[in-house]
Design a protein around this ligand. Structure first.
Ligand SMILES: Nc1ncnc2c1ncn2[C@@H]1O[C@H](COP(=O)(O)OP(=O)(O)O)[C@@H](O)[C@H]1O
Ligand SMILES: [Mg+2]
Length: 301
C-alpha cells in the first residue's frame, strides 16, 4: 500500500453524529453503564469471515464459562442462523414491526449461545429509521444484563446501520483478509469511524492468513496509513489461519470449532477468546444499567 491516503473518496454520510446537540452524541456505549461487554465484529469488505468469527469466537467464550449473546446485525442479509443450521421462526424484522418482543425471537446455538437472528432479503432493513433503531436498541437493553458478553455481527461496509451498531459497542474489531481490496476497505471503514463517529481505538483481526507473520504484515501495512492520516489507533488483535475445515463446517451447517475442535482455525479461535478475555474492555462508568436507552426513550428522541 502506498503511503498516500488510499481513500480519496468523499465519505458522504451526512449525519450529525457526534456533534453538539445530536441526541446520539450523548448516547455512546460509554454512558450505558451495562456490565456486559459489547464487541462489534465489522469489516469494510464483505466475505472476510465476520460471521464465521462471531460464531466460533462466541462458542469459544462459552467454553470459558461465559454467557454469550450474538446479535446478527446484518439485517438485510443475515445468515448466522444458516451457518449454525438453525431455522428460526421469527427474527429481528418481527421485533421491528412490533409483532414480537426480543425474547420471543431468541434461539439457542452451540454451547448454549443465545442468538438474535436477522432476516434475509428484506431490503428496507438495510436502512433503518430512527424509530426502528430505538425499537431494537431499547429491547436489546432488556436482554443485555443477563449475559456476560454480546457479539454484534455487522454487515460489511460503511452504511449508517453498520456504523450505529459499531458505535453501540464498547469495542470494535475490524476484520481484514490479506487481500489488498480488503485492506483498503478496512482503511475506509476506519476513516469513517474516526471522522464521523469520533472513535479513537479499534482492534484489527486478520483472517485467512497462510501463516501468523502474514497477519502481522497486514497489520503493519494498515497501521502505517491509519497512523499517518487518521486520528484512530489500531491495535493488533491477532490472526486466524486459513483452514479448509471452516468451509467444510459451513457446508455441514456446523461451526468448525464444534466439528473439528483440534484443527488449526479452531485453535486460533480458542487462543483469540483467551486473549480477548484477558484484555480490559473499554472504560465503562459506574451507574445503573440501561441508562443510555432509557435516556433516549424518555426524551422521546
Ligand atoms: N479462516 C478461514 N479459513 C477458510 N475459510 C474461511 C475462514 N474464515 C471464513 N472462511 C470462509 O469465508 C467465507 C465467508 O465467510 P463469512 O463468515 O460468511 O464472511 P462475512 O460474514 O464477513 O461475509 C465462508 O465461505 C467461510 O467458510
Ligand atoms: Mg456475514
Amino acid at each position: 500500500m502506498s503511503s498516500k491516503d488510499p481513500s480519496n473518496k468523499v465519505i458522504s454520510i451526512n449525519r450529525r453524529r457526534g456533534q453538539k446537540g445530536d441526541p446520539f452524541a450523548l448516547n455512546t456505549r460509554r454512558n450505558r453503564g451495562s456490565k456486559a461487554r459489547v464487541i462489534a465484529i465489522t469489516s469494510g469488505k464483505g466475505g472476510v469471515g465476520k460471521t464465521s468469527i462471531v460464531a466460533n469466537l462466541g462458542y469459544a467464550f462459552t467454553k470459558l464459562g461465559q454467557k454469550v449473546l450474538i446479535l446478527d446485525a446484518d439485517l438485510g442479509l443475515g445468515n448466522l442462523d444458516v451457518l449454525l443450521g438453525l431455522a428460526p421462526k421469527y427474527n429481528l424484522s418481527h421485533v421491528i414491526t412490533g409483532e414480537k418482543a426480543i425474547e420471543d425471537i431468541l434461539i439457542e446455538g452451540p454451547g448454549q449461545m443465545k442468538i438474535l437472528p436477522a432476516s434475509s432479503g428484506i431490503q428496507e432493513l438495510t436502512h433503518l429509521t430512527r424509530d426502528q433503531k430505538i425499537q431494537i436498541f431499547t429491547q436489546l437493553d432488556s436482554l443485555i444484563d443477563s449475559v456476560d458478553i454480546l457479539f454484534i455481527d455487522t454487515a460489511a461496509g460503511i452504511s449508517a446501520n453498520v456504523m450505529d451498531f459499531n458505535a453501540m459497542a464498547q469495542e470494535i474489531v475490524v476484520v481484514v483478509s490479506p487481500e489488498p481490496t480488503s485492506i483498503t476497505d478496512a482503511y475506509a471503514l476506519m476513516k469513517v469511524l474516526s471522522l464521523k463517529y469520533s472513535e479513537k481505538v479499534c482492534k484489527l483481526l486478520v483472517n485467512m492468513t497462510t501463516r501468523p507473520e502474514e497477519g502481522r504484515e497486514v497489520f503493519r501495512q494498515l497501521h502505517l496509513v491509519t497512523d499517518r492520516f487518521l486520528d484512530i489507533t489500531s491495535e493488533y488483535l491477532g490472526c486466524i489461519l486459513y483452514d479448509e475445515k471452516v468451509t467444510k463446517g459451513v457446508k455441514n451447517q456446523k461451526i468448525v470449532s464444534e466439528l473439528y475442535p483440534d484443527t488449526q482455525a479452531s485453535r486460533c479461535f480458542k487462543d483469540l477468546a483467551r486473549k480477548l478475555s484477558h484484555m480490559q474492555p473499554g472504560n465503562l462508568p459506574e451507574g445503573g444499567s440501561n441508562l443510555f436507552w432509557r435516556h433516549l426513550v424518555q426524551n422521546n428522541l
